[in-house]
Design a binder for this molecule. Structure first.
Ligand SMILES: *Cc1c(COP(=O)(O)O)cnc(C)c1O
Length: 374
């Protein structure tokens, strides 16, 4: 069997061990230590934001942002529908109600048209906007609408670390940004996340909550509910080593996307995920949609690749179609008919986008797919 080609697997730089060793040498395995402080500082500098707190996951980061915004029972929170469930689950942790917003066709991200419709129907307490597969959403329009209604914005930049919108890094445009360092993301700590903001009070508060809300007392005293959400010093060391490679990873991801784009140009039925010129994605995953009348379904391609030990995947199943979220409202971009997010789900595929792939391996993926069109 050929060596497996992955969608997106961890890619170590070689610099990680030096930070992990430093933690071992100082016996600063836990709880808090130098690597955490430096990882927060180095990441903040990279994306140009004032404050950051390293957490156990991106999901925890969304949860803490919602908690800081006072989201609770009876509140509505708008969230992109075409995303991973972790974008919305923290809304439910806070006993609030998600309302899912459709995608726009040109970026696959939250549709400003649908968002405006949603504001006519609900008064939400927050908006969670996702930057899907590494590309920024239409942030000017989204921020403008949220400003009109005076509603805070949380950017779920779990997939888009290093991607920009009009010169600003995704995650630094709204009131809060979150990043994930899960194993499949562009950089990884095996598991971890970061909450960033220019709001110092907010980040300090989340740092307090996420380390069990320990009051400043000799004994363990708690005036508020605590969470065990901090990142470990060892994992922060991996993060520091990974961060040194982020720019290189983005360049590799982009060249993977460009190869696919060029290779599939001649196949009319394949449309690569459209890239908008308002930003520079991190190209986390290369995706395409298949025209509806081309005689092939996404699953045919996924199975053909699987037979060759190559991993690919459907695009995220929209959250408004998830059994768990079926009672939640959804605001369609279109006035009638099938939504944009459902169309993308029905016809979309995520291609292997692993930065360790060789050119030969990329060509192999392309060849297998092209042969299906013969
Ligand atoms: C991965 C991901 C998350 C969750 O991050 P974790 O670190 O795994 O908790 C949230 N939102 C999106 C869009 C993601 O892709």
């Amino acid at each position: 069997m050929n060596k497996k080609i992955y969608l997106s697997s961890p890619h170590m730089s070689g610099n990680e061990m030096q930070y992990i060793n430093a933690a071992f040498d100082s016996n600063w395995i836990a709880p808090i230590g130098e690597n955490i402080e430096f990882f927060e500082k180095e990441l903040s500098e990279y994306v140009n934001i004032k404050h950051a707190v390293a957490l156990s996951s991106g999901t925890a980061a969304i949860h803490m942002a919602l908690k800081f915004l006072g989201i609770s029972k009876g509140d509505f929170v708008f969230c992109s529908s075409l995303t991973f469930a972790a974008s919305a689950n923290p809304i439910v942790y806070q006993n609030a109600t998600p309302v899912f917003i459709d995608s726009e066709p040109n970026s696959w991200n939250m549709s400003p048209i649908a968002l405006r419709k949603a504001f006519k129907k609900y008064k939400p307490k927050a908006v969670i906007v996702v930057h899907l597969y590494g590309q920024a959403a239409s942030m000017d329009e989204i921020m403008q609408i949220c400003k009109e209604y005076n509603v805070p914005v949380i950017e779920d930049a779990a997939e888009s670390l290093g991607g920009t919108y009009k010169g600003n890094y995704t995650g630094t445009i709204g009131d809060f940004g979150i990043y994930s360092f899960n194993g499949n993301k562009i950089i990884t700590t095996s598991g971890g996340g970061m909450l960033v903001s220019n709001n110092r009070v907010a980040i300090d508060k989340v740092r307090f909550w996420s380390s069990q809300s320990k009051d400043n007392a000799r004994y363990y005293q708690h005036s508020e509910l605590g969470y065990n959400y901090r990142m470990s010093n060892i994992l922060a060391g991996i993060g520091r080593g990974q961060l040194t490679e982020l720019t290189n990873r983005i360049n590799s991801k982009k060249s993977i996307y460009d190869s696919y784009l060029k290779s599939f140009e001649e196949i009319e039925a394949i449309k690569m995920m459209p890239i908008q010129n308002y930003g520079t994605p991190n190209y986390w995953l290369s995706c395409f949609t298949l025209d509806i009348n081309c005689g092939l379904d996404p699953i045919d391609i996924i199975i053909a690749l699987e037979k060759n030990n190559i991993e690919s995947r459907p695009v995220w199943k929209p959250l408004h179609l998830q059994p768990f979220y079926k009672s939640c409202d959804f605001i369609n971009h279109n006035n009638y008919g099938i939504s944009i997010s459902e169309q993308i789900f029905n016809r979309g595929i995520c291609l292997p986008s692993d930065t360790k792939m060789s050119e030969i391996q990329i060509n192999k993926v392309v060849k297998i797919i092209k042969e299906l069109f013969r």
